[in-house]
Unconditional design. Structure first.
Length: 58
């Protein structure tokens, strides 16, 4: 496994996106809460991706 910081950020982006998908499709619990958590995960994924794409803007 690579210890490259860029690959870590890429994996983190994908993990956050997948977690958002899991919350979006979750059938347990309150649907609105699950969708809110999904949105938070998607936003976190976008932030990581933006930092990965434009590291100069941090």
């Amino acid at each position: 496994m690579s210890r490259n910081p860029r690959s870590f950020k890429t994996r983190r982006h994908v993990n956050q996106y997948n977690l958002g998908n899991a919350y979006k499709q979750r059938i347990r619990g309150d649907n609105n809460e699950n969708l809110q958590k999904a949105d938070e995960c998607y936003l976190a994924a976008m932030e990581v991706y933006k930092r990965y794409r434009d590291p100069e803007e941090e």
